[in-house]
Design a protein around this ligand. Structure first.
Ligand SMILES: *Cc1c(COP(=O)(O)O)cnc(C)c1O
Length: 383
């Protein structure tokens, strides 16, 4: 357990393995040709891993651009000293325009109203507002419909206050890169880009691949890939596991804050959803709960690691704490815990491991959501 440092004020924390992050970023860089760029997606506080510290590591491995979801996420990167181009992955409200220009954040644009307002503001400040044009190719989320791209460009391109720095789309089904739905999105994107180029419109950096598409289909790398989940060492699909090894970056650990041996039949936690089933059960309290990303639906269903072994979480998970049980059976003699002992919620301990995937399955969600959750309140320690 690489726990060199930990927070001073709390016995629960997230560990970020900077070396793993660096190696993952390099693996994506190595997928690319010399003229292709890597855009690192650090939205949602770098999927819970900490946007500014992660962006600094990615910068050192040769990232060409960063992408975030909200304007304030972009501001945070600028204030943290990040100087690469920053792309906002959707069109913000028009009231955000001054902030975009002040911090040199490129919006994704797909309405002419926004484009023209952005251009007006830029001209009045004696500057040019760069943007990326989002193209709707099938996900039905954002973008100019693929059949309307020429009309859109005709409506806005006369404006000297805006400059198209890139055009992009986003795949809905890239984990099935041989599937018909994916191929149709590719075709619509190709045709939209070709139509704009034929009509003489500047397209700038052409990009569409997220993590899974960039691994499974090199033919769609174009000028840049937008890697997110894979940077954090999480496999985007079962099929990529064997072809593109990645190292998990986040671990979650806590120290035992209290131990007790309740009598058989005693309940544990709100509602007594667990009752001590036998003699010699040690109940240990850990100081993290559902407000830290440990979803309450995991109650009585998840394991944690203690001295390289699995033990069961018991009772309902509270907002800020949860309990685990060390149960002695005739089959298994377990070491007991003491106050201050470390337990692992996500990560490795000896030969044992609990992955984000395992927890995501138990929660009926995806590892993206699990990682974001742990990043929300727990302090992050960079090791
Ligand atoms: C989140 C996001 C990405 C990154 O996706 P991953 O699956 O995490 O690689 C890329 N592009 C857009 C538009 C996104 O919203």
């Amino acid at each position: 357990m690489p726990s060199h440092k930990e927070p001073e004020t709390r016995w629960a924390w997230v560990e970020i393995d900077q070396g793993a992050l660096r190696r993952n970023a390099r693996a994506f860089k190595n997928l690319l040709g010399p003229r292709q760029r890597l855009c690192c997606v650090v939205k949602a506080d770098a999927y819970g891993h900490g946007a500014v510290p992660c962006a600094k590591i990615m910068h050192a491995t040769g990232t060409d651009m960063f992408a975030v979801s909200t304007v304030m996420e972009g501001v945070e990167l600028r204030q943290g000293g990040i100087n690469e181009p920053i792309l906002i992955l959707s069109e913000p409200p028009m009231t955000a325009i001054d902030t975009l220009l002040e911090y040199r954040l490129m919006p994704s644009i797909y309405t002419s109203e926004f484009a023209l307002a952005y251009g007006e503001r830029a001209v009045s400040q004696g500057t040019v507002g760069k943007y990326h044009m989002a193209i709707e190719t099938g996900m039905n989320r954002i973008g100019v419909h693929y059949a309307d791209v020429l009309e859109f460009r005709h409506e806005i391109d006369f404006h000297r206050g805006i400059q198209c720095d890139g055009v992009f789309t986003h795949f809905a089904t890239a984990d099935e890169a041989s599937g018909w739905d994916y191929k149709l999105q590719c075709k619509r994107f190709d045709e939209a880009v070709a139509a704009m180029r034929d009509a003489g419109y500047e397209c700038g950096i052409v990009h569409c691949d997220n993590t899974v598409a960039s691994i499974l289909d090199k033919s769609t790398h174009y000028d840049m890939i937008r890697a997110g989940i894979g940077l954090y060492g999480l496999q985007p699909a079962e099929v990529t596991r064997s072809i593109f090894p990645l190292e998990p970056v986040m671990s979650v650990r806590a120290r035992v804050t209290r131990t007790t041996h309740p009598a058989m039949g005693e309940g544990v936690g709100y509602g007594f959803t667990y009752r001590v089933p036998r003699a010699r059960v040690q109940i240990c309290t850990l100081p993290l709960g559902y407000a830290d990303g440990l979803a309450r639906v995991l109650s009585n269903r998840m394991d944690v690691l203690f001295r390289g072994m699995r033990i069961r979480q018991v009772g309902n998970i509270c907002m800020d704490q949860c309990m685990v049980a060390i149960t002695q059976t005739s089959m298994r003699q377990m070491p007991e815990a003491e106050i201050g002992d470390i337990m692992t919620i996500i990560g490795r301990d000896g030969d044992a491991q609990i992955t984000m995937d395992e927890m995501a399955r138990l929660r009926d969600t995806i590892h993206y959501e699990v990682a974001c959750g742990f990043g929300m309140r727990l302090e992050k320690i960079y090791c």
